[in-house]
Unconditional design. Structure first.
Lengths: 334, 310, 313
């Protein structure tokens, strides 16, 4: 399959008053054409920073690319100038943000917000662009789009706004859509609708999607592959089937254990993950999950494990994979 | 929306009435006789005539009702000290001058202030930020009379074309307008900077950037448009403060505006003129504030809807 | 990547106590200590604070330093430019400007601080009552405040000063302060009410209430510390406004009763002699007023920034 996006050893830091915060510390992954990849992790694990850095949307300073490459269609985004980025943003890569209540300009009509990028990228006239905006709103099931494009965001409900955001992001038919927790701020019933919608549009337009979320239920529903992120690093990656059936990293197992399932018996407990993620102001030398891991070993404290491939598509970074760990750690069934 | 405007209008009327009432009773509680001067004694029969002429022989309540009636007809009465002009005539002569000066000052402040603040925000913690913040901190720290007298001393005395005072041509208006504009300009700049910084951190700016439009478009269409709203809402208070500034500026530059008349009337204890000018100013200012409120409503689409329900 | 030689020991289970799941590595700092730390980092605010402290001290001892008192008129020494004997020169009546300027600073600061404190007192009481009271009472109280506030500030100040001062002889300190506070308390009341309402319904008050905290505890632990910041900033910014108003009044001949000087009356006197080339007489009080306004403004700004933990960087 053709790789659309390839991130190689990306590290992004923030310069703050207390010193450097290493939000993303050497992350590598890729996204194929037409597939949906989930980037999963708790808040503060660096997933949103990774996503924003793909579009150079981080405020710089304080943020800066420390090392690595982001290859999009073979070209390195890290090296691109602001002008070059403007040609990519909203044209080849689009983004949907978490909170639809705050991500639309309150003093601008919805229609104008949707067509703004279109007019620039495709050199359309205002009326042509507006026609496309109406089409797009129709596609995302906003009723009465001709009337709706004249309205302001506060006249839209949360779900409707997120639909408008999707229309805004998809109107120029981008290659890649980055959805940063697109359903977190919405009601549960609306969440499902929005996800369905994204899937439909993807089928129709063949867009690749990076879905950032902490909700594993969402992942199982619509993704092809899953990347698990923790403490600014990738812990495990695999197909949805591999991750859900055969999670290798203790963190992935814990994440899955904290999701309720219908087939759970009453006596089974929902597990919470004790403790908090590491503060990336002084990131740990070894495995970032060490402090919260039930199966942690002495080696984990100061040494970061490397990727161990279980199949072609499935790897995890954990010392438990090491041959010498066999039998030492309890509770880790193969 | 109509309901909201109606409510605001009623509030404005109530406020104006309150001001008239306060002014009336304050002025009539001044101890002593308004015609008494230290230098000469007024004969009793003349005094009686004077009292009659200004209606001061009637009971307070009757005088008050009469005053209200007159003001409803925009009749501010006669000056106690000037025999040649009524208060209305003085207002008609002075107000256009003051309004000219005020409008010019507000325009200067409205054009330069937000621009300065926006630049400061865009170059946060860089040289342009420091320069514009120095300008605005000087602006809010230096009272208009200091600014005025410094402009006379250092600019007007050295530039022949700029007069040190007087009124008549455009060049007479330049220095006083700037002296008057400095304070609101600086306030606008400071307000714009902070609201701009806040807006630039909003999610919708990120959305705008993610569309790939130019930086200029992001700033002008998305950031400035939203950041300027607090300035519009502050405009009413600013205009009101500008009037206070004009009292002083008109005195320094010798401009025959309403502020000058007011200052003189205060100095002369010309009670009817003080009352007239106070009430007139209050009416103008409150009308301005009402207009600003309505303008704000038209600019911010959110208000249009939320205020409608109430 | 470093080369590691693996030993069996390294793959033993790590002892639980060697791990600290709840650790927070960022240094934690107490609220007010943090405020002070951030204020200290703001050089401009510190400059303002130092200027104010120096001015405060000098306004107390300054008038006695020059060896001339502020009211003694010496007609042989009229309009003397600043020199060794008269450090700031003398005025039209031959009075020593050095002691007059420092005394003027004292009165101006006094008026400003008194006005701010009275605004603060009325505002806190009025706003607090409105915030705590029932919805109806609150609505009525706020309507009243709204009407009071839409009366143009300077007009009221002038009106009060005209009424309560005798013609040609200036205004007493009491009347000046009264005039400035008669509508000046409204912003403070609005601020306090807003804070009280917000905090009354805020989630952390609710949280501590649900944990069994009494309202006294909530007031002490949540409402007061959270309200104090904005109030402090407001007070800091009210003082220069009062000083500015006093100066404007002086310009209209409604300043402090002579021979007591304020910076405003001194500047007004200076303006009178400016046309005959005696610029120093308006220059010195002008600089003083501007310095005071500057210091309070930068200090107020600095405090506002320092008090806002969201700005913590």
């Amino acid at each position: 399959m053709e790789k659309l996006l390839e991130v190689k050893d990306l590290a992004v830091s923030f310069q703050t008053f207390f010193g450097e915060v290493e939000a993303v510390r050497g992350v590598s992954f890729h996204v194929n054409k037409g597939e949906t990849v989930a980037l999963v992790g708790e808040s503060g694990c660096g997933k949103s920073v990774t996503a924003s850095s793909i579009m150079q949307l981080l405020p710089m300073p304080p943020a800066f690319y420390k090392r690595g490459q982001i290859l999009f269609e073979g070209e390195d985004i890290v090296q691109k100038s602001e002008k070059e980025m403007q040609k990519i943003r909203g044209n080849k890569i689009s983004m949907i943000f978490q909170d639809p209540m705050t991500s639309l300009n309150p003093t601008m009509r919805i229609g104008n917000q949707i067509v703004e990028g279109l007019i620039k990228h495709q050199k359309l006239s205002k009326t042509e662009a507006e026609k496309k905006a109406i089409e797009m709103l129709n596609l995302v099931s906003v009723p009465q789009p001709e009337k709706r494009i004249r309205q302001y965001p506060h006249e839209f409900s949360g779900g409707m706004r997120q639909r408008a955001m999707i229309a805004l992001a998809m109107v120029s038919n981008p290659e890649l859509l980055i959805a940063d927790e697109p359903t977190t701020a919405l009601d549960v019933t609306v969440q499902a609708q929005i996800l369905d919608l994204m899937k439909q549009i993807q089928d129709k337009l063949g867009t690749s999607i990076i879905l950032i979320t902490h909700d594993l239920g969402v992942v199982a529903d619509m993704c092809d592959r899953v990347i698990v992120m923790y403490g600014g690093q990738l812990m495990e990656e695999g197909t949805v089937y591999e991750i859900f059936k055969n999670p290798k990293h203790p963190y992935t197992r814990k994440l899955l254990g904290s999701v309720p399932r219908l087939d759970m018996s009453r006596s089974e407990m929902l597990h919470s993950i004790e403790g908090t993620p590491p503060d990336l102001y002084k990131p740990p030398k070894g495995c970032p999950f060490y402090d919260r891991c039930d199966e942690a070993m002495i080696i984990c404290k100061d040494h970061m494990p490397q990727r161990d491939y279980h199949t072609d598509t499935h790897y995890s970074c954990c010392w438990l994979n090491h041959p010498m760990a066999k039998g030492v750690a309890e509770g880790s069934e193969a | 929306m109509t309901k909201y405007i109606l409510k605001r209008f009623t509030m404005a009327i109530v406020t104006i009435w309150a001001i008239i009432t306060i002014t009336f009773f304050l002025m009539h509680s001044v101890p002593g006789n308004p015609f008494a001067t230290e230098s000469r004694k007024i004969p009793e029969n003349i005094m009686e005539n004077l009292m009659k002429k200004y209606g001061l022989d009637k009971p307070k309540s009757e005088q008050y009702m009469m005053y209200l009636k007159n003001i409803a007809r925009f009749d501010f009465g006669e000056s106690m000290k000037s025999n040649t002009e009524t208060v209305n005539e003085m207002i008609a002569r002075g107000f256009p001058v003051s309004a000219h000066l005020g409008v010019q000052a507000i325009l200067i402040a409205l054009i330069l202030g937000p621009a300065l603040g926006a630049i400061a925000a865009l170059y946060q913690n860089k040289t342009p930020d420091y320069i514009s913040m120095i300008i605005s901190i000087i602006g809010v720290s230096v009272p208009s009379f200091v600014m005025g007298s410094f402009l006379i001393q250092f600019v007007a005395r050295n530039v022949d074309w700029l007069p040190i005072g007087g009124w008549g041509e455009f060049r007479h208006t330049i220095l006083p307008s700037f002296a008057l504009a400095m304070m609101p300009l600086a306030q606008f700049a400071r307000l714009m900077r902070s609201s701009m910084l806040e807006v630039l951190n909003q999610d919708y700016i990120k959305t705008a950037k993610s569309k790939g439009i130019t930086r200029t478009a992001v700033i002008m269409k998305h950031a400035v448009r939203n950041a300027i709203l607090p300035i519009v809402s502050m405009l009413g208070t600013t205009i009101s403060n500008l009037v206070a500034g004009s009292f002083v500026i008109e005195k320094i530059f010798g401009i025959p505006g309403l502020g000058m008349f007011f200052t003189t009337s205060v100095f002369n204890r010309d009670y009817t003129l003080i009352m007239g000018v106070t009430v007139f100013y209050a009416m103008v200012l409150i009308t301005m504030m009402l207009l600003v409120d309505i303008a704000y409503m038209l600019i911010d689409p959110r208000i249009r809807l939320t205020k409608e329900g109430r | 990547m470093e080369q590691v030689t693996y030993t069996k020991d390294m793959f033993k289970k790590a002892p639980k106590d060697s791990r600290n799941a709840e650790q927070i590595k960022r240094p934690t700092i107490k609220y007010w200590a943090d405020v002070w730390r951030r204020l200290k980092l703001n050089k401009l605010a510190m400059v303002g604070l130092i200027i104010l402290i120096l001015m405060g001290i000098m306004s107390l001892i300054g008038p006695g330093l020059s060896g001339h008192n502020y009211y003694e008129q010496d007609y042989s020494q009229v309009n003397v430019r600043p020199n060794n004997e008269f450090w700031f020169g003398t005025d039209e009546l031959g009075r020593d400007l050095f002691s007059r300027v420092w005394l003027g600073t004292r009165y101006s600061l006094l008026i400003g601080i008194a006005a701010a404190l009275i605004d603060f007192g009325i505002g806190v009481i009025y706003g607090g009552i409105a915030g705590m009271a029932s919805r109806k009472v609150d609505a009525v109280m706020m309507r009243i405040a709204e009407v009071v506030y839409s009366i143009p500030y300077m007009l009221v100040v002038v009106l009060i000063s005209v009424v309560f001062s005798t013609a040609g002889s200036g205004t007493s300190m009491f009347v000046l302060i009264l005039a400035m506070t008669i509508t000046g308390w409204v912003p403070m009341a609005n601020l306090v009410r807003g804070q009280v309402l917000q905090l009354k319904e805020s989630e952390y008050s609710l949280a501590s209430e649900s944990l069994g905290a009494t309202s006294g505890w909530i007031l002490k632990k949540h409402i007061i510390p959270n309200t104090l910041g904005p109030i402090l900033v407001n007070v800091t910014l009210t003082i220069p406004r009062a000083i500015f108003s006093e100066a404007t009044l002086s310009f209209m001949g409604l300043g402090l009763q002579p021979p007591s000087p304020s910076l405003g009356t001194l500047a007004n006197d200076g303006l009178a002699v400016m046309p005959i080339g005696l610029f120093y007489q308006i220059l010195i009080p002008s600089i003083f007023i501007s310095l005071i306004m500057f210091s309070f403004n930068v200090l107020g700004d600095g405090l506002r920034d320092a008090l806002d933990p969201r700005l913590r960087k």
